[in-house]
Design a protein around this ligand. Structure first.
Ligand SMILES: C[S@@+](CC[C@H](N)C(=O)[O-])C[C@H]1O[C@@H](n2cnc3c(N)ncnc32)[C@H](O)[C@@H]1O
Length: 495
């Protein structure tokens, strides 16, 4: 493993200085120092100079180490809660069956994306890598043929990664968004360069492992990052590695998930096969975060896709779960399922787990009782600040709005139950994300909520996997023409 990158907090601890003293001596606010240490913001050059003096490190080194550190930090997780793995490897329980495509899930989290692949015939997950051990515990509990690696992807050489993963046919995964802060041309990338961002490392992994297919998933924000130049750089990276690539903005609600969740998905292969995007199975009116771009897959419009059923609503996903108050818990189902969605997700599950509501304070319960479709439903002065969708109830008759990693806290993006005075439970979140009730989540409640909120809905993963198989079949049956020239091996010395 490469040398650990040094950050401001480690340096302060090494010198044995409390935060307060550093803040005082560097003439910065303690709260600000905390933000810098957590990698949430970067110090300005004047503050960096003063901090450098106190921490006995040159300001430029301090800034570049902090920049790198910020990319390591996990989205939605503070420094204090994110316990990075140290490269622990948990070997697979059983040998993967032959005749299936082997999937490597990079940044696997709970494993929603690769679990979706496994639900489509023809794929088996053989390895998952994630920075956080609790993610790997969950991933391993649901992927029986996979080896799990808990560690920083960039801490491994490409050779080490290949030794651990073995040969794979498909690589899936979405690097966290911090990875976009620097994307250099592919020809300038070299293995082991500490400046490599997570995206760059992902491209290097693809280039080294040479899977037949890869799937790259990310937030819609990548489209506007630096006027779109980041997305172009990512696409160019994959193309330079010899892959034909296509991308779309995909809303999970159009594929049967009870949630509007838009993501940018890039699919690439090295055989020059045109990828046929999965056809929507459901219809939904939704204002795309990507605007009117032609790459957005849509179903709205009066005469468009009218034959499709409406998207699955929130209540169609969760109303078979027992009602509970704030702070309450239910460990058993009380009635039968009402919808197909519920039937599919409850299948095979006897015991109800994770249906435990956050205990709210009296003040929060008062806010919840007044809450409506957005923050302006609250009486003036009841809360001091917040975005329009904070402290808001979900619409029972529409797919849920996008779940975040904070969906058990009413102050965050719309996550209050439509009829019950509490935020969603982790089980309701898992339903909204299309995880079956039998999916086993490991870790503390806070970690499990993050695993659920961060996941790619398995049902969306399944539709993408099926589209890969059908694109290959179309090609075999001569119904598709090659998308681009065959892969040309790159000069090995570039890496
Ligand atoms: C958006 S989540 C992945 C969700 C996953 N695809 C799913 O469907 O469940 C991103 C994951 O990247 C992991 N991660 C962040 N930085 C990493 C790094 N440097 N190396 C490996 N994993 C990392 C985080 O711990 C997090 O679980």
């Amino acid at each position: 493993m490469h040398e650990k990158i040094f950050d401001m907090r480690s340096r302060r601890l090494e010198l044995g200085l409390p935060q307060r003293e550093v803040a005082l001596r560097a003439r910065v606010r303690e709260t600000q120092l905390r933000k810098w240490e957590r990698g949430l913001e970067l110090p300005d050059s004047e503050s960096a100079k003063r901090l450098g003096k106190v921490l006995k490190i040159s300001p430029s080194k301090l800034l570049s180490a902090q920049e790198t550190y910020a990319e390591f930090a996990t989205p939605g997780e503070g420094y204090t809660t994110a316990e990075a793995g140290k490269g622990e490897v948990t070997r697979r329980k059983s040998a993967p069956p032959s005749g299936t495509k082997r999937v490597l899930d990079v940044f696997c989290g709970a494993g929603g994306l690769s679990f979706g692949f496994e639900r489509s015939e023809g794929f088996i997950t053989t390895c998952g890598i994630d920075l956080l051990p609790d993610r790997i515990d969950t991933f391993m509990a649901n992927h029986h043929y996979a080896t799990g690696i808990a560690g920083d992807l960039r801490a491994y050489s490409l050779h080490e990664i290949h030794k651990l993963t073995g040969d794979v046919d498909v690589v899936v995964g979405g690097p966290p968004c911090q990875g976009f802060s620097s994307i250099r041309p592919f020809r300038n990338l070299t293995e082991g360069d500490p400046r490599n961002s997570l995206v760059e490392h992902y491209v290097l992994v693809i280039n080294h492992l040479r899977p037949e297919w890869f799937v790259f998933e990310n937030v819609v924000g990548i489209l506007t990052h630096e006027n779109g130049s980041r997305l172009c750089a990512v696409l160019e990276g994959f193309r330079s590695a010899g892959y034909s690539v296509e991308w779309r903005v995909v809303n999970a609600a159009l594929y049967g998930v009870a949630q509007h969740r838009e993501r940018v998905v890039i699919v690439g292969n090295r055989m020059g096969i045109p990828f046929s995007w999965p056809k929507p199975s459901h219809r939904a009116e939704h204002k795309s975060m990507a605007g009117s771009r032609p790459e957005v897959i849509r179903t709205e419009g009066p005469l468009f896709c009218t034959e499709l059923p409406d998207a699955v609503t929130l209540m169609e996903a969760i109303d078979d779960l027992p009602p509970i108050p704030a702070g309450g818990e239910a460990a058993g189902y009380i009635g039968p399922t009402r919808t197909d969605y519920q039937r599919r997700l409850r299948a095979g599950s006897e015991l109800l787990t994770l249906h435990k509501a956050t205990n709210h304070s009296a003040k929060m319960l008062e806010i919840i009782r007044h809450s409506g479709s957005n923050i302006s439903a609250l009486p003036p002065g009841m809360v001091k600040s917040g975005f329009s969708s904070c402290y808001s109830r979900l619409n029972p008759d529409k797919p849920s709005t996008t779940l975040t990693v904070n969906f058990v806290h009413p102050a965050s993006n719309r996550c209050i139950h439509p009829y019950q005075d509490r935020a969603l439970t982790p089980r309701e979140g898992a339903r909204i994300q299309s995880f079956p009730d039998s999916y086993q989540f490991h870790g503390t409640t806070a970690q499990v909520v993050k695993q659920i909120g961060n996941a790619v809905p398995p049902l969306l993963g399944q539709r993408i996997a099926e589209a890969i198989i059908s694109s290959e079949e179309k090609m075999k049956n001569g119904r598709s023409k090659k998308a681009s020239q065959a892969w040309q091996p790159l000069v090995e010395s570039t890496f």
